[in-house]
Design a protein around this ligand. Structure first.
Ligand code: CMP
Length: 198
């Protein structure tokens, strides 16, 4: 389910969730579209002080971002750390399909944002599919690959990676890679640096 979020309250939520995703070790490579879709899919959860949100050893299916409040992480009955506004937790079971690695308890009443594993994975798969199709289109439009059969272009596209550079930032060209230069949106101008193939 994707919720439409408008207004000041939700723009603060988008900022909090986006920053939490960007700062997380395992999620920091998400792109802007993925972050927006995940933020849109997160729903609010209110938790009372003292409540256990995640129990170590359980099979977890929800990842959380703290909008307000404070939680405590306890692993093997040992205090690990506290987390507050802007922190993300519960990502390990979602990403690795493992048991919950720690217990997370609210030490203040908390306002959280939550997302289910299947929604998260559906967003990731959809965006991977969209990216592959975009790469395939770029390949097809390039002088170098335009004559290749569709299934070969698709296979190559599955291995493409997007790289972004700021203005005047230098790109160190590696001879083992082929580079497609894309400007603006998907439908706009792009050119192929055929020289790098030689
Ligand atoms: P998960 O294993 O899904 O559920 C418990 C969560 O606690 C875990 O994801 C992390 O988000 C968090 N967590 C576990 N261990 C630590 C740790 N050592 N430091 C910080 N957070 C942790």
């Amino acid at each position: 389910m994707v919720m439409l979020k408008f207004g000041k309250y939700f723009s603060r939520a988008f900022e909090t969730i986006g920053n939490a995703l960007r700062l997380n070790t395992f999620l920091r490579n998400l792109d802007a579209t993925q972050i927006e879709k995940i933020s849109s899919a997160m729903y609010p959860v209110e938790v009372q002080a003292g409540a256990i949100i995640i129990r170590q050893g359980d099979l977890g299916s929800i990842m959380y971002v703290i909008q307000e409040g404070k939680v405590q992480v306890v692993k093997d009955n040992r205090f690990v750390r506290t987390m507050e506004e802007g922190a993300l937790f519960g990502e390990l079971a979602i990403l690795h399909h493992c048991e919950r690695t720690a217990t997370v308890r609210a030490i203040e009443s908390c306002h959280l944002w939550a997302i289910e594993r299947n929604v998260f994975h559906a967003i990731m798969m959809e965006s991977a599919r969209e990216k592959t199709m975009t790469f395939k289109r770029y390949l097809k439009w390039s002088n170098r690959f335009c004559g290749y059969p569709e299934e070969v272009l698709l296979r190559i596209a599955e291995f493409c990676t997007e790289m972004r550079y700021e203005a005047r930032e230098e790109l160190v060209v590696k001879p083992q890679y082929v580079y497609l230069v894309c400007r603006g949106s998907v439908s706009s101008f792009f050119s192929f640096l055929g020289k790098m193939l030689e």
